[in-house]
Design a protein around this ligand. Structure first.
Ligand code: PEP
Ligand code: MG
Length: 888
C-alpha cells in the first residue's frame, strides 16, 4: 500500500477520529472498512489538499502523483483499470466535509465511462440499458458539477424524451432511448461550453476532484455554513470510491436507513429502499420508495446482512447511525454511515435507552442532549401536519405556540380573558402598563422591539409565547386593527396563531399540543415514555452540577411554578412589577407628593400591599433564598405618556373635575422626562432621591419575614440594591436598610436572618467591586444592563435596528443580549469576581440577567466560579441540564 501522506489516505489507513483531515464521510468509510463491513474500496483526498488548492488556486504538486499511486493500487486490488475498454473500473467522487452539509456540495458518479468503455460495460454486465443509463448519469453530473451547466438543461431533455416515449418513469426508457440521450447530453455540453466531454478517464477524475474542492465556496454552501455556525476555512475532503451499481436491474437497488427512528428515538427498522436505482434517486424522490421492512420480502439475505451491519455499527458508534447502502445484483454494499441527526424528542429517548442498554454511561447520556433540545420539549407546539397561512415573521422572543383572538389594549385583554377567551395582545411595543394585559393573554405580538425589549423579557418570564419586532405589521390601535404589508387586515376579535419558537404569525387557529414534560413537572400523571427519559437525565445533571439554579419570579404563582421546575430559590424578584395595575395610582401619589407629609402618606398606602406581596412570595419559597430587588425603573414609566397627556389637557374643559390633577401630572411628567431614561433616575439613584422609598420596601420585607417566622416558617430574604455604580451609593443605602431591619427586629422581638447585597450591572461597579463588596454580602450580575452599558447599546432598540446586519456580517457571532460576550462583558465579570472575593472571601455570587438561562453563557458562568444562575421559571430545567453538562 502507498504510504500515508498529507494529501491522500486509503480507506484502510484512516479511522473515525480523523474527521478534521478526512471529513465525516471519509473518516467513517475508513472506520467501516476497518470493521470488516462490505465497503467498496477507495481513498480520501484530504481537507488539507482542498485548503491548499483553495488558497493557491492550483493543486498541490504532490497531490496528483499521490492520487495516481492510490488509483494504481485500487486497480490492482480490483483487477481492472479505470475506463478500460473491455472491462472498465468506474469510480465515484463525493465531497465530505468535517460537518455534514447535506446537498450543499457536489458528487460525480460513474467516472471512467466514455464512448468506448460504455460498450465494455454493456458487454461485461450483459445489460446495455444499465451501461447507457450509467453513462448518461455521468454526463449529467459532470456537465452540471464540473462544467457548470444548469441542472435543468439535462432534466428538461430527459423529461422531453420521456414525454415523446409516453412514459413518466425512467424505467420506461429502453436502451436505444438512453443511447439517444447520451448523444443529446454530449451535444448540450458542446453547445454550452464549446468543448467536448473529456473522454480521458483520468482527466474526468482530476476535473471532478477539483470541482468538488471548488464547491466548498458556492453561495449556498457558504450560506449554509453561516446558518449552522460551521467555520469558513475548513475545506472539504473528496472520496474516490469504486462504483457499485444499484441500477443493474430489479435485484439491485439503493437505500437509506437509521438504526433508530430519528423522529422519535424509538427502536425499530427505519429506512427507504428503491429497486433498480442509484443513491441519488432515493433522496430525489423520482420514484416512490418502499419501506425497509419490505426489503425482507425482496431479498432476505441482503436484508438480514444489513440488519446485522446496522446492529454492529450502532454498538460500535454507541449512537444512532444513519446509513446509505446499495445492493448490486444481490450483493450488499455499505456506502456511508454517520452519527445521525435527530429531533429533540429522539435525543432524550435515545440517550436514556442507550443508558439502559449499557452502551453509554450516565455522563455520556447527559452529553447527548442539550438545553436547546429540552427547551423545545417544554413548550406547547403546533401540530406539524396542520395547514396554516403565514402572514408575518418577527423575532422568536419567547417560545411556544399560542392561539387566540386579537386585542389591541391591555384592558380588553383582561376583560376578554376574564370571560374565558384566549387572547393575543398585539401592541406596537409594550410598556410596564401592559403587564396586566400580558398576564391575561396567551400570546404577545409586537411590531417593534428586540429580544430584550420589555415585552420579550416579561413574556419569557411568564412563559407566555411572544413574537416581537414583526415589522411587516402595521398596528392601528385606534382603529383596533392591524394590517400586514401584503394587504391582510386583522381586526379585534379575529383569531391568529403565534409560533414563538420560529417567530411566525399565522392567520386563523393552528392546532396545538401541550408539553408532556411540563405536565409532568407540574405534578400531573402522564404515560408518555419521553417523560421518564427527560426526568432521569435532569436528575443526573442535578447530581453532577456545581452551579445552583434559581428563578426570576415576581409573583407567588411564578414562585410556585419555579419550585416545581426545580428552582433552588429566587434570584431576582423585580419589585417594580408589584407597582403596576391598580397600584399605579399610588405610585403617582408618591411622585406628585408636594411635601414630606404627602410622601409619607403615599408610602404608607403602598406599604401593606408590598408586605402582603412578600409574605406570599417568601411563603411559596419557604426555606429557600429569595432575592428581592428594590425598585429599579425610572419613575416616568408610572406616569402617562407626555404627548398623550398634553393633548388630553389641551382638549379638556377648564372646569372639568380632573383638571387640577392633570395639570400637576403634566408638570411632573415634564419634570421627570429624560432623554435617556435607561441612564437616568433609576435604581439606587431613585432610592437616594426619594427619601423613605427603599426604607418602606425594606420594612415590608423584614416584617413579612417576621410574620412567617411567627407562623413557624423559614423565610430567607435577601435585599438587593440595583444599578449601583459606586461603593458610596451602596454604603449610604446599606446603612438605611440596616437601621430599618434592626428597628423591625426590635419591635417584633424576633431575629430575622437576611442578607444585603447588590447587583453588578454597571462597568464602574465591576471594576470597583472590591470597594463595593465591603457593603455587599452578595453580588448578582445584571447582565442585561451590564451588556447595555458596556457596549453602549440600548437594550430596547438596537436588536430590531442594526443587530440583523451585525449578525449577518458576522460582526457578532450571536447577539450579546442572548449569549454573554465573553471577551468584553465577561472580562468585566471576571474582574468583579476576583475583586469581590479578594475583599470578601465568602461573598455569594450569582447572575440574574437573561443570560442566566442561556446554555453557552451558563458554561461560562460555571467556569467563572459563580455560585448560581437565575432565570425565568420555564428555563429552570434547561439551566439545570446545562449546569450539569458544563461539568462534563
Ligand atoms: C439586568 O440588568 O440584567 C437585570 C436583571 O435587571 P433588569 O433586567 O430588570 O434591568
Ligand atoms: Mg438591570
Amino acid at each position: 500500500e502507498p504510504t500515508v501522506s498529507t494529501y491522500v489516505y486509503a480507506f484502510s489507513q484512516g479511522n473515525k477520529d480523523l474527521k478534521d483531515l478526512l471529513g465525516g464521510k471519509g473518516a467513517n468509510l475508513a472506520e467501516m472498512t476497518n470493521l470488516g463491513l462490505p465497503v467498496p474500496p477507495g481513498f480520501t483526498i484530504t481537507t488539507e489538499a482542498c485548503r491548499a488548492y483553495l488558497a493557491e488556486g492550483d493543486e498541490p504538486v504532490e497531490m496528483a502523483s499521490e492520487i495516481d499511486a492510490h488509483l494504481a493500487e485500487l486497480e490492482r486490488v480490483m483487477g481492472r483499470r479505470l475506463g478500460d475498454a473491455e472491462d472498465p473500473l468506474l469510480v465515484s467522487v463525493r465531497s465530505g466535509a468535517k460537518f455534514s452539509m447535506p446537498g450543499m456540495m457536489e458528487t460525480v458518479l460513474n467516472i471512467g465511462l466514455n464512448d468506448t468503455s460504455v460498450l465494455g460495460l454493456a458487454k461485461q454486465s450483459g445489460d446495455e440499458r444499465f451501461a447507457y443509463d450509467s453513462y448518461r448519469r455521468l454526463l449529467q453530473m459532470f456537465g452540471s458539477t464540473v462544467l457548470g451547466l444548469e441542472h435543468d438543461i439535462f432534466s428538461d431533455a430527459l423529461d422531453a424524451l420521456k414525454e415523446r416515449r409516453g412514459t413518466t418513469d425512467d424505467l420506461g426508457l429502453v436502451p436505444n432511448d438512453l443511447r439517444e440521450l447520451v448523444t443529446t447530453f454530449q451535444g448540450l455540453i458542446r453547445e454550452h461550453t464549446g468543448r467536448d466531454f473529456p473522454q480521458d478517464p483520468t482527466e474526468q477524475l482530476r476535473l471532478s476532484v477539483l470541482a468538488v474542492f471548488q464547491s466548498w465556496n458556492t453561495d449556498r454552501a457558504s450560506v449554509y455554513r453561516r446558518q449552522e455556525g460551521i467555520p469558513e476555512d475548513l475545506g472539504t475532503a473528496v472520496n474516490v470510491q469504486v462504483m457499485v451499481f444499484g441500477n443493474q436491474g430489479m435485484t439491485s437497488g439503493s437505500g437509506v436507513c437509521f438504526t433508530r427512528d430519528p423522529g422519535t428515538g424509538r427502536q425499530g427498522v427505519y429506512g427507504d429502499y428503491l429497486q433498480n436505482a442509484q443513491g441519488e434517486d432515493v433522496v430525489a424522490g423520482i420514484r416512490n420508495t418502499i419501506s425497509l421492512a419490505d426489503l425482507a420480502d425482496l431479498d432476505r439475505t441482503s436484508y438480514d446482512e444489513l440488519l446485522g451491519n446496522m446492529r454492529s455499527l450502532e454498538r460500535h458508534y454507541r449512537d444512532l447511525c444513519d446509513i446509505e447502502f446499495t445492493i448490486e445484483r444481490g450483493k450488499l454494499w455499505m456506502l456511508q454511515t454517520r452519527v445521525g441527526k435527530r429531533t429533540a424528542e429522539a435525543a432524550f429517548r435515545i440517550a436514556s435507552s442507550m443508558l439502559d442498554e449499557g452502551l453509554i454511561d450516565a455522563d455520556e447520556a447527559l452529553g447527548r442532549v442539550n438545553g436547546a433540545q429540552l427547551a423545545q420539549l417544554l413548550f406547547p407546539s403546533f401540530d406539524p401536519e396542520a395547514e396554516r397561512q403565514l402572514i408575518a415573521t418577527g423575532m422568536n422572543a419567547s417560545p411556544g405556540a399560542a392561539v387566540g383572538r386579537v386585542v389591541f389594549d391591555s384592558a380588553t385583554a383582561v376583560e376578554w380573558a376574564e370571560r374565558g377567551e384566549s387572547v393575543i395582545l398585539v401592541r406596537k411595543e409594550t410598556n410596564p402598563d401592559d403587564l396586566r394585559g400580558m398576564v391575561a393573554a396567551t400570546g404577545i405580538l409586537t411590531s417593534r422591539g428586540g429580544k430584550t425589549s420589555h415585552a420579550a423579557v416579561v413574556a419569557r418570564g411568564m412563559g407566555r409565547t411572544c413574537v416581537c419586532g414583526a415589522e411587516a405589521i402595521l398596528v392601528d390601535t385606534a382603529a383596533r386593527s392591524m394590517t400586514v404589508r401584503d394587504g391582510v387586515t386583522v381586526a379585534e376579535g379575529d383569531v391568529i396563531s403565534l409560533d414563538g419558537t420560529t417567530g411566525q404569525v399565522f392567520l386563523g387557529a393552528v392546532p396545538v399540543a401541550a408539553s408532556q414534560v411540563v405536565r409532568h413537572l407540574e405534578g400531573e400523571e402522564t404515560d408518555n415514555d419521553l417523560v421518564p427519559a427527560v426526568a432521569r437525565l435532569l436528575e443526573h445533571a442535578d447530581a453532577v452540577r456545581r452551579l445552583a439554579v434559581r428563578a426570576n419570579a415576581d409573583t407567588p404563582d411564578d414562585a410556585a411554578r419555579a419550585r416545581q421546575f426545580g428552582a433552588q430559590g429566587i434570584g431576582l424578584c423585580r419589585t417594580e412589577h408589584m407597582f403596576l395595575g391598580d397600584r399605579r395610582i399610588l405610585v403617582e401619589h408618591l411622585i406628585l407628593a408636594e411635601d414630606e407629609a404627602g410622601r409619607e402618606a403615599a408610602l404608607a398606602e403602598l406599604f401593606p400591599l408590598q408586605r402582603q406581596d412578600f409574605v406570599e412570595i417568601l411563603r411559596a419559597m419557604d426555606g429557600l433564598p429569595v432575592t428581592i430587588r428594590l425598585i429599579d425603573p425610572p419613575l416616568h414609566e408610572f406616569l402617562p405618556d407626555l404627548t398623550d397627556l398634553s393633548v388630553e389637557v389641551a382638549l379638556e374643559d377648564e372646569r372639568g373635575p380632573e383638571v387640577e390633577r392633570h395639570h400637576r401630572l403634566l408638570e411632573a411628567v415634564r419634570r421627570l422626562h429624560e432623554q435617556n431614561p435607561m441612564m437616568g433616575l433609576r435604581g439606587v439613584r431613585l432610592g437616594i432621591a426619594i427619601p423613605g422609598l427603599f426604607q418602606m420596601q425594606a420594612r415590608a420585607i423584614i416584617e413579612a419575614a417576621a410574620d412567617l417566622i411567627e407562623e413557624g416558617g423559614n423565610p430567607c430574604p435577601e435585599i438587593m440594591v440595583p444599578l449601583v455604580a459606586s461603593d458610596r451609593e451602596l454604603s449610604w443605602v446599606r446603612e438605611a436598610l440596616v437601621d430599618v431591619a434592626s428597628d423591625v427586629q426590635k419591635e417584633r422581638g424576633v431575629a430575622v436572618p437576611h442578607k444585603i447585597g447588590t447587583m453588578i450591572e454597571l462597568p464602574r461597579a465591576a471594576v470597583t467591586a472590591d470597594r463595593i463588596a465591603e457593603s455587599a454580602e452578595f453580588f448578582s450580575f445584571g447582565t442585561n444592563d451590564l451588556t447595555q452599558m458596556t457596549w453602549g447599546f440600548s437594550r430596547d432598540d438596537v436588536e430590531a435596528e442594526f443587530f440583523p446586519t451585525y449578525l449577518e456580517d458576522r460582526i457578532f457571532p450571536a447577539s450579546p443580549f442572548e449569549t454573554i460576550d465573553v471577551e468584553g462583558v465577561g472580562a468585566l465579570m471576571r474582574t468583579a469576581v476576583r475583586l469581590g472575593r479578594e475583599a470578601r472571601p465568602d461573598i455569594h455570587l450569582g447572575v440574574c440577567g437573561e443570560h442566566g438561562g442561556d446554555p453557552a453563557s451558563i458554561h461560562f458562568f460555571d467556569e467563572l466560579g459563580l455560585d448560581y444562575v437565575s432565570c425565568s421559571p420555564f428555563r429552570v430545567p434547561v439551566a439545570r441540564l446545562e449546569a450539569g453538562r458544563s461539568t462534563l
